[in-house]
Ligand binder design. Structure first.
Ligand SMILES: [Fe+2]
Length: 263
């Protein structure tokens, strides 16, 4: 089985369309799942949700999805500085004001976690687990510099065994690491990358028997169209520059601890 895993689309319709075209052109993909954060920061929340529904793509609830759906007091984001906090509040307010009742209901209906058994549930593994942040909260940032001990505890806690695959997003930076036989895969972000590369990120996951292969794919998209959409909306103009730079500011200043991320 070959899966495409797409996360953190964040209402960026041009990026989502480019990724889905790339997936379709590969022809070998059996199923596509999203890992949440469908909305926020760009002006197409309803359109993104409709594209996913039309394509039959399901997935898990990101922090942005669950907070918009429940009218939570804030987006569940963390902040690096007062300006970023202000921008996050503006994005959250704009998104809550512009999601349709249908979109809100669809976001509210997303499960927190999905487990997939590519070889069927009649055999033990491998199991592929999809969450947004981690298995306890969709607001936990599992950054690349998390220790092996942190990842091992996470794997044990969610029931992963050697050979299994644990997939998540939320940090907007893709990476893959194996700890005690368990694959930990961050798929990066389709619509708001933060690693200094503006191209959309997603993951191709191949499971053949017990063997697992992971490939991070980067896809060029019409970032100018996305930027124009942001500039034409009442969203902060900063978000257009952020897309063009691939969140370079965050990537070049990332400290060793685990602050923020903004979404
Ligand atoms: Fe996100």
């Amino acid at each position: 089985m070959r899966y495409a895993l797409i996360s953190d689309i964040h209402a960026n319709l041009p990026a989502l369309q480019a990724v889905l075209r790339d997936v379709a052109a590969r022809e070998g993909v059996d199923a596509t799942y999203h890992l949440g954060d469908l909305v926020g920061y760009a002006p197409w929340p309803n359109e993104v949700v409709e594209v996913l529904v039309t394509a039959g793509i399901t997935g898990v609830a990101g922090n942005y999805d669950s907070t918009v759906a429940t009218d939570y007091k804030h987006c569940g984001c963390q902040y690096e500085d007062p300006r970023q906090e202000e921008l996050s509040h503006l994005s959250y307010a704009w998104t809550r004001a512009h999601v349709s009742p249908r979109t809100k209901a669809l976001l509210g209906g997303l499960p927190f976690r999905i487990d997939i058994r590519p070889n069927g549930g009649h055999v033990a593994g491998p199991t592929v687990t999809l969450v947004h942040g981690n298995h306890t909260l969709n607001t936990v940032y599992v950054h690349q510099d998390r220790s092996d001990t942190f990842l091992e505890k996470m794997g044990v806690s969610l029931g992963a065994r050697s050979g299994d695959v644990v997939c998540f997003g939320h940090t907007h930076v893709p990476w893959h690491r194996i700890v005690h036989g368990v694959h930990y895969v961050n798929t990066g972000s389709v619509g708001r990358p933060k690693d200094g590369d503006w191209r959309a990120s997603y993951v191709l996951l191949d499971v053949t028997g017990d063997s697992v292969a992971i490939q991070v794919v980067r896809v060029e998209y019409d970032v100018d169209a996305a930027a124009k959409g942001i500039l034409a909306s009442e969203l902060p103009d900063d978000f257009a520059d952020y897309l063009r730079q691939g969140g370079a500011e965050r990537a070049t200043t990332a400290p060793a601890s685990h602050p923020a991320g903004g979404s």
